[in-house]
Design a protein around this ligand. Structure first.
Ligand code: ZN
Ligand code: ZN
Ligand code: ZN
Length: 376
């Protein structure tokens, strides 16, 4: 499988349309507009990500009937002007030694109601509150990040390419030696493979061997992998700006009967949840379907996290497949389905694919085999 696909760049019109949807979402929430800090919302709305997110104020100001205004530190102006969405922006800067909140306030209503993005630092919100004391601020969550939930064809192509690259990394990692090597060595191999297959950014490389696999977010560490270990491999990052996130659990040598049994249960849960995906089904229902299979097998209390999360310009975002989430699935949504069973002190098993919703049901963006793979 090739991971090289031709991807069109996002256009100025794409960014304009996204920003106008953000204004509409703010207005629907009874607000005059929204202030967006560096983070996934800013990347999606403008294509701009400061090279480092620092204490210097960067803020996108979106107000109904006003041009989109990006306030940036003067020294970062050239970076902002180079952003893909820059033609759709009025860029204003402030110099070190001046008051960044005054610079922003010049473009804010004196007594408005504004939404703020999830990634806004409290430091900056306090600065704005002090400078424009009659303006009220509200979170625009989850409405703002949910604008990103349904992907267009270009975004789906990027997510598919990232998924295929992660699959290629998984196929190769299983051919390498596990026994006698440290988790951190395998994690470094995974990171290298992700980059080799096209990722520009590696976000996580979980290698949870033996008892470490019982911690879903275990940081790969110094443990030496041994024959008989189940090893949870959960890895992903960004490729062409869009995320991958896949998990397979492998076994070093022939699996014990219990590892095989738990793996069969998790595999059945993952499949059942996938089979339940179709437009209109609430997110919570996918979680319930996966959980029912695991509970039926007697491991319900060992499935200690939600079933999945959205993915796009970041590797964890709404919608969440979790009890209580009524959001109906819509064609074009992309999320993980990742049930797991964790037996403290012993081992863990998780299987994770990124899935997108089509009119006819789910479609996997990860397609490596779900069988319990034996590695050496
Ligand atoms: Zn996670
Ligand atoms: Zn994962
Ligand atoms: Zn995940």
């Amino acid at each position: 499988m090739t991971t090289d696909v031709w991807l069109d760049a996002f256009t100025t019109e794409d960014y304009r349309a996204r920003m106008s949807r953000a204004v509409d979402a703010a207005v629907r929430a009874g607000l005059d507009g929204v202030i967006v800090a560096p983070g996934p919302d800013l990347v999606w709305l403008t294509g701009y990500q400061p090279t480092a997110i620092t204490e210097r104020l960067t803020a996108l100001i979106l107000l109904a009937g006003q041009p989109a205004t990006l306030v940036v530190p003067a020294l970062e102006r050239p970076d902002a002007e180079a952003a893909a969405g820059a033609p759709a922006l009025r860029i204003v800067d402030w110099a070190d030694g001046s008051d960044p909140y005054r610079a922003a306030a010049a473009h804010l209503p004196p007594d408005g109601r504004l939404g703020i993005s999830d990634s806004t630092w409290s430091l900056h919100l306090l600065g704005l509150l002090n400078t424009v004391p009659d303006t009220r601020y509200d979170a625009l969550s989850p409405a703002l990040p949910m604008l990103r939930a349904v992907k267009d064809a270009n975004e789906l192509a990027r997510l598919a390419a990232a998924g295929a690259a992660a699959d290629a990394a998984y196929r190769e990692i299983g051919d390498l030696r596990f026994t006698g090597r440290r988790e951190s060595d395998v994690a470094a191999d995974l990171a290298h493979l992700l980059r080799q297959f096209g990722h520009e950014q590696v976000d996580f490389t979980v290698v949870g061997s033996g008892p470490n696999g019982a911690n879903p977010h275990h940081e790969a560490g110094g443990r030496t992998i041994q024959a008989g270990d189940a090893v949870v491999l959960d890895f992903g990052g960004l490729m062409n700006g869009y995320g991958s996130d896949t998990t397979r659990t492998v076994c070093v040598g022939e699996p014990s009967a219990e590892i095989q049994r738990v793996h069969d249960v998790v595999r059945a849960a993952q499949q059942a949840a996938f089979d339940a995906v179709r437009p209109g089904v609430p997110c919570a229902e996918i979680d319930r379907v996966a959980r029912a299979v695991i509970t039926e097998a007697g491991y319900g209390d060992r499935f200690i996290h939600r079933t999945g999360h959205g993915i796009g310009v970041t590797t964890h975002e709404p919608p969440y497949l979790v009890e209580g989430e009524k959001q109906p699935l819509e064609p074009g949504m992309c999320f993980s389905i990742e049930p797991g069973v964790y037996l403290p002190g012993r081992f863990g098993v998780r299987i994770e694919d990124i899935v997108t919703v089509t009119e006819d049901g789910g479609y996997r963006l990860n397609n490596t085999d779900h069988g319990l793979r034996v590695v050496r």
